[in-house]
Design a protein around this ligand. Structure first.
Ligand SMILES: [Zn+2]
Length: 524
């Protein structure tokens, strides 16, 4: 919120532009605003309702001093209401799961009538004569490229990106609310006590707590996730998924989240306990190790759960990509294509993984929607990430960011424990019951660090762009594909807006880099 206010003020007062120029005014504003915020508000209400229903979900620890017969008697008297509450919660969730796709299908149906929202807006193709006639001045040439974007397409992708800024904020707010509700009424302490009764070893107990926490957070974030990843994507004509496919993928994703959170929590709390006062230092090291592990295994274990990866058939695309790979010393003898078109219309590619798991991969939208020069431009950029060692560098930079984040948590949590600890039933970082507090405080830090986080990524993207231009030596192919990426990215944001919110440089920035290369090298 403060970030957004600063951006708005900057645009109005310093850059002296109208709010409409950054999509903050106009006929659809109220509608857009309501869509996103309604879901945010409804999510929060839903979470409060679910929490109220689940109040008795985790039975309070019966003190070990009480006699067994008493414990049984008290348990029997609370068993029925607890069961009824559980049943109510289950019914509520089932209703939500069943109703949402139906409601969405209905909304999409009415939405589909609005052709300007749904129909893909084609960018008029140009020929070599148009390119040759472009002014040599990089600024003018960049403007000529940007002028080819249809006005409606620009409005749509601006609205899409700006809605995304708000969604980031809602995500953090809902995360804070989840933490607050878990801490209040000692729910988190009761969950920890339950895990301690069930699990035999510390690792297992923390893992159990982590698994349940991952499940609760995943379910409570569902409404926002559904809006963001399904309803909104369809509204902007970006998604190709049916509701059934979306739900299937969401379930797989939730499963991965539960298992991943359980493992990560087990490892992290084992480290926190042993590290004592220096938990933030060793914690940052452990987080970095977990992040590296994730980068290493996700291309092999997780990505294939959502898409099919196949080696590209021999042909001009494969040989063009491999030629560039071999020219820059990238040890690859395959290029993989994956079926992203079953989820989205977005064009994308990557060189993912670390070390032995690294692979060159491009999606079928790139193959189907772009020409060979454009594919070469994209893949030269991706090879740049590999050659410039961006993976390991980013790990180190993120490791440092996590270190600062945990230091921030250390200071903030000390104060919060002193004030509220007794009420929450958790008073130490090494206690797994304080996980909701840790993730809430860390989320606040990451919100404040949004510009730093985005700048780390954006800097690498600019480097890869420049590397790619040298390798592919086709600034027009690069500029052309940047226009196509403007489907889902705001092409021409303000300077501060780009600094705060953009993890990739804007199309204007990237096309200007290409046109500067063209101007300096004197190519047509
Ligand atoms: Zn990149």
């Amino acid at each position: 919120m403060p970030l957004l206010a600063i951006v708005l003020l900057w645009v109005r007062l310093v850059e002296r532009r109208s709010l409409a120029s950054i999509g903050m005014a106009g006929p659809n504003l109220v509608q857009r605003f309501l869509h996103g915020h309604l879901v945010g508000v409804l999510s929060i209400l839903g979470i409060v309702a679910a929490m109220a229903l689940a109040g008795g979900l985790v039975p309070a620890a019966t003190g070990s001093t009480s006699a067994p017969s008493n414990a049984w008697a008290s348990r029997r008297s609370t068993l029925l209401p607890a069961l009824l509450r559980r049943l109510g919660l289950l019914l509520l969730l089932c209703g939500l799961l069943l109703a949402a796709p139906l409601r969405a299908a209905e909304l999409l149906h009415t939405h589909a009538g609005d052709a300007s929202v749904r129909a893909p807006l084609a960018i008029a193709p140009v020929d070599d004569a148009w390119r040759a006639a472009l002014p040599h001045d990089a600024k003018l040439a960049t403007q000529a490229y940007l002028d080819r974007l249809p006005k409606e397409a620009v409005q749509r992708s601006n609205a899409y990106d700006e809605g995304g800024y708000w969604l980031q904020l809602w995500e953090v707010l809902i995360g804070l609310l989840i933490a607050g509700l878990l801490l209040q009424g000692r729910r988190t302490a009761r969950l920890r006590d339950w895990a301690q009764r069930v699990g035999r070893y510390a690792l297992l107990r923390d893992g159990l707590y982590g698994g349940v926490y991952g499940l609760v957070a995943g379910l409570l974030l569902l409404p926002l996730g559904f809006y963001k990843d399904y309803w909104r994507e369809h509204g902007y004509g970006m998604s190709t998924q049916t509701a059934a496919d979306w739900w299937a993928e969401w379930s797989v994703g939730l499963g991965i989240e539960v298992v991943g959170t359980a493992l990560a929590v087990a490892v992290l709390y084992a480290v926190f306990r042993r590290a004592g006062e220096r938990w933030w230092l060793w914690g940052a090291a452990a987080c970095s190790a977990l992040l590296a592990f994730m980068l290493l295994v996700s291309p092999v274990l997780i990505d294939p759960l959502f898409n099919t990866y196949k080696p590209l058939e021999p042909g001009p695309v494969r040989s063009a990509v491999l030629t560039m790979a071999h020219a820059t010393g990238v040890p690859a003898d395959e290029v993989y294509a994956f079926d992203a078109s079953r989820q989205t219309k977005r064009v994308s590619a990557n060189v993912s993984g670390l070390g032995a798991t690294a692979a060159i991969r491009l999606n079928d939208n790139l193959l189907n929607r772009t020409s060979l020069p454009e594919i070469r431009a994209v893949m030269a950029h991706e090879l740049g990430h590999y050659v410039l060692n961006h993976g390991p560098k980013m790990l180190m930079q993120f490791g440092l960011l996590i270190l600062f984040g945990l230091l921030f948590c250390n200071g903030a949590m000390r104060r919060l424990f002193a004030r509220f600890g007794p009420r929450w039933g958790t008073q130490s970082v090494a206690d797994v019951a304080s996980l909701p507090l840790l993730s809430a405080v860390f989320a606040v830090f990451m919100l404040l660090a949004t510009p730093v986080f985005n700048t780390i990524i954006r800097t690498q993207e600019i480097e890869a762009d420049r590397f790619g231009l040298h390798l592919a030596r086709d600034p027009h192919g690069f500029a052309e594909v940047m226009l196509k990426l403007s489907d889902y990215r705001k092409a021409d944001p303000g300077a501060v807006e780009e600094f705060v919110f953009f993890h990739h440089p804007s199309a204007r920035h990237r096309i200007h880099d290409a046109m500067r290369w063209r101007e300096a090298m004197g190519t047509p």
